[in-house]
Write a protein that binds this ligand. Structure first.
Ligand SMILES: Cc1cc2nc3c(=O)[nH]c(=O)nc-3n(C[C@H](O)[C@H](O)[C@H](O)COP(=O)(O)OP(=O)(O)OC[C@H]3O[C@@H](n4cnc5c(N)ncnc54)[C@H](O)[C@@H]3O)c2cc1C
Length: 298
């Protein structure tokens, strides 16, 4: 062992003391003490097996577009940097988990494959999108997911097809130590121009309704069944509410934005105020869609 981590881990590509402001779209503070960035599946498996044998907890980071990091993270963080190519076979498109999500939707359009149009405005990585069962405009990953490969917490590679109940609204069955390695979408051959037209319409809708030019993590709260979290927050009169440089967007109330140098505690306080006011006004308990790291209890 060198320092706190086994030598086998330290031989893998890694960096130390990386600010989460650079690793997440929201850009809040906090340091990632150990960031491991394997470029092959074998390295990723070695990382997991070594952590498992040493009884070390680790975290998995994708594009950081669904994360609110409120403090330093001491545990090793794994961010895949896989180099495998995207494979197109018939209507199937397979990509490594670290592949950019928006770029993948664009690739599908270029190849004349329909089914991922809804994905075109969702940032982050494919792995994060599978884990979150990301979705928009009536589409979500589980509708097109043909099969996926992942590492178990013991470091074994498993390939499987999705089964009923594994992927639900912005959730999946994976535990915190599972790592998605790749996924295959079953898509329908179609006309590229028609696909791009639909994507452009979706993009236009986003542009009119989501804040631009300020750092954010997308929707902070899940829509309660049959309701819109954004509307509940808006109707509670919270658009524009600020704590320091953390603010409820005046364009889309479910976007809590970092106006520049928001302090993590200000962001946490703003989230708490929104929940309290929505509960007081509507009697509805909001559940977070984003994942929160470094809050002390996670
Ligand atoms: C402007 C904006 C718009 C957005 N719009 C949408 C939208 O319309 N619909 C929507 O669903 N989401 C939306 N999001 C949220 C976010 O983009 C998605 O949830 C995205 O799929 C998260 O991917 P990521 O790689 O950034 O994951 P991260 O934020 O890095 O991680 C999210 C979760 O996935 C886990 N994870 C990441 N990679 C892996 C992996 N390889 N294996 C296992 N677990 C992994 C992490 O541990 C964490 O639990 C939006 C975000 C932004 C900033």
């Amino acid at each position: 062992m060198t320092g706190l981590l086994p030598d086998a881990l330290l031989r893998l590509p890694h960096r130390q003391e990386v600010p989460f402001a650079r690793l997440t779209t929201l850009g809040l503070g906090g340091l990632c003490h150990w960031l491991f960035e394997p470029s092959t599946e074998a390295e990723a498996a070695l990382f997991v097996r070594t952590c498992h044998q040493a009884g070390l907890r680790y975290r998995v980071l994708g594009g950081g577009s669904n994360l609110v990091v409120l403090g330093d993270i001491q545990e090793p963080v794994l961010r895949l940097r896989l180099k495998e190519p995207v494979i197109h076979e018939g209507g199937n498109l397979t990509a490594p988990a670290s592949h950019g999500h928006i770029v993948l939707a664009d690739k599908a359009a270029e190849l004349g494959l329909s089914g991922l149009e809804w994905a075109s405005g969702i940032p982050g990585s494919l792995g994060g999108a599978i884990r979150m069962n990301a979705g928009a405009h009536g589409g979500e990953w589980v509708q097109v997911l043909d099969r996926y490969r992942f590492l178990t917490p013991e470091g074994e590679v498993v390939e499987k097809r999705p089964e009923p109940g594994e992927f639900t609204y912005r959730r999946s069955w994976f535990g915190p130590s599972h790592i998605v390695l790749s996924a295959t979408a079953a898509l329908a051959p179609s006309d590229s121009t028609a696909i791009r037209r639909t994507m452009a319409q979706f993009q236009q809708r986003r542009e009119g309704s989501q804040p631009k030019g300020v750092r954010n993590a997308g929707c902070i709260f899940k829509n309660p069944p049959g309701l819109s979290a954004g509307r509940l927050i808006d109707e509670a009169g919270l658009k524009g509410l600020r704590v320091g440089e953390a603010e409820v967007s005046s364009l889309h109330a479910n976007f809590l934005v970092n106006r520049g140098h928001a302090h993590p505690q200000d962001f946490a306080e703003l989230m708490a105020q929104v929940r309290e006011r929505v509960k007081a006004v509507h009697g509805v308990e909001l559940d977070t869609e984003v994942e929160i790291w470094g809050a002390g209890q996670d």
